[in-house]
Design a protein around this ligand. Structure first.
Ligand SMILES: *Cc1c(COP(=O)(O)O)cnc(C)c1O
Length: 465
């Protein structure tokens, strides 16, 4: 396991690292993060000590221009790569992080929004975004969710099972409408981390199996259903994927199914190749391919299929979540208790912060690694082997397992943890009755509240006594 260094010199090096294509795709810190002359970290012109004084801690700090630029980069890359085909749509996967303003920014950059629940869909609608800019996912959609999707005219509902196919047909029939649907196929390709497996591992809850023939049965049934408008096939192979190989393999499998459908006279004008594009959390993570590289690879697979099948080119969608928002947001904690603990090879400094697994469950859930840096000052003290932990009643409440931090770190210092924008706030809980942190956006020296900090009174409001 690598030890990340949180020293100022290493962070300056990381911050200054040149990025391919100017896209900063390997960046761990957001684009406008810098160390000021006085030693403190600043994001988009806002020194983090000022932010802590005005907003308190823990606070999620979004570099909004960085998130927008990542969204724009995906959109440009897909538009360019798919121009010779029938064009492209980029759906931001709202589950990674969603607020009304964030959804508006994504739409302003030309993206659509993927939702997977009534709460997500209603958040986007409440932002004034039309249903036609949304997709609806989920392996167990409720009647209310399907009805809301039909009422608001979502672009497509992604059907996940034969059971759901019949359920959506029934609800659309009751309402006398046609539901635009994709079918989510299980390609047998599973990717995540740094590898992919193209075996028929299908023992999981999502999708319609290709290998057992369920996918083709679903295509025939959907094409024949009077209240379903089957417009496309969908595949999502995993998350935090750092190579194009799995996507290319899955695309080839989905396109072979599209070619089969074509032979049955079922025209499918769209395909959706899902999300899962990886980011770097620490310098030990590989630099992921750029959006441009992913887009070119996907478009090449589609072009090859068009050439072989003779079918009209499909419009291609993708659904990035993490790669847009993860590196654009850092978490700002205050340091509390600092404690040295003896371990086999010497000692380790435990640095406790004012949050933990309730605002970032990923280390406990996936053994995810992060790094951290002193945010309010630089220190010339020697670096110590440290572990950043939260304030919850679990020894697994770890924020950063291994990081080098200055020996003089003490109560009252500020600590920044980068790349927490995806599945951080979105997976936050109230464990130990901690309140969810605030989310603020910073841009050009200004701080904008996006999601206010919960109060204990908010939590007590649920308690009916
Ligand atoms: C989670 C998910 C995504 C987004 O995944 P990221 O790893 O955040 O890019 C996209 N599509 C579907 C269907 C998903 O379940």
């Amino acid at each position: 396991m690598s030890i990340e260094s949180g020293s100022q010199s290493v962070n300056l090096e990381q911050l200054a690292a040149p990025e391919p294509d100017g896209e900063r795709y390997g960046a761990i810190w957001s684009a406008h993060t810098e160390r000021l002359g006085n030693g403190e970290l600043s994001v988009a012109g806002v020194p983090l000590s000022r932010l802590a004084a005005e907003c308190g801690t823990p606070t999620f700090v979004l570099d909004s221009a960085d998130a927008r630029s990542r969204a724009r980069t995906w959109k440009h890359a897909m538009d360019e790569a798919c121009a010779p085909l029938a064009g492209a749509d980029v759906y931001y996967a709202g589950k990674a992080f969603l607020s009304k303003q964030f959804a508006r920014w994504m739409v302003a950059e030309g993206l659509h929004i993927d939702t997977a629940s009534e709460g997500e869909l209603r958040t986007v609608l409440a932002a004034g975004i039309p249903g036609s800019a949304c997709g609806l996912h989920g392996n167990n959609k409720s009647r209310a969710e399907i009805e809301l999707a039909l009422e608001t005219g979502v672009a497509h509902i992604v059907i996940d099972s034969l059971d759901e196919l019949d359920f959506v047909e029934k609800i659309a029939a009751e309402r006398g409408v046609q539901a635009p649907v994709y079918l989510r196929l299980t390609t047998g390709v599973h990717a995540g981390g740094h590898e992919f497996i193209a075996t028929a591992h299908e023992d999981q809850k999502f999708g319609l199996s290709i290998s057992t023939g369920v996918a083709r049965e679903a295509m025939k049934r959907a094409a024949a259903a009077p209240h379903l408008n089957l417009i496309g096939l969908h595949s999502h192979i995993g998350s935090q994927i750092a190579s194009v190989d799995g996507f290319a393999a899955a695309a080839a499998i989905v396109l072979a199914e599209r070619a089969w459908a074509g032979e049955q006279g079922i025209a499918l004008p769209e395909i959706d190749l899902g999300g899962g594009y990886g980011v770097r959390y620490t310098s030990a993570d590989p630099v992921p391919p750029t959006p441009h590289m992913f887009a070119q690879e996907l478009a090449a697979a589609v072009a090859e299929h068009v050439r072989r099948s003779g079918l009209p080119a499909p419009r291609v969608s993708i659904e990035p979540g993490r790669s847009i928002v993860a590196p654009a947001m850092l978490m700002l904690y205050s340091v509390g208790t600092v404690k040295d603990v003896a371990i086999d090879s010497g000692k380790r400094t435990y640095v406790s912060v004012d949050g933990g697994m309730s605002d970032n469950i990923r280390p406990a859930l996936y053994e995810a690694d992060y790094t951290a840096a002193l945010a309010n000052r630089v220190s010339t003290a020697e670096l110590r082997r440290a572990r950043v932990v939260g304030k919850h009643c679990e020894s697994g409440d770890i924020v950063v397992r291994n990081v080098a931090l200055p020996a003089d770190i003490h109560r009252g210092d500020l600590l920044a943890v980068p790349a927490v924008g995806a599945y951080g706030y979105a997976m936050a809980s109230n464990y130990n009755m901690l309140t969810k942190p605030a989310v603020v956006a910073v841009d050009d020296g200004r701080i904008t509240q996006m999601l206010r900090r919960q109060s204990v009174d908010d939590l007590l409001a649920y308690d009916l006594g």
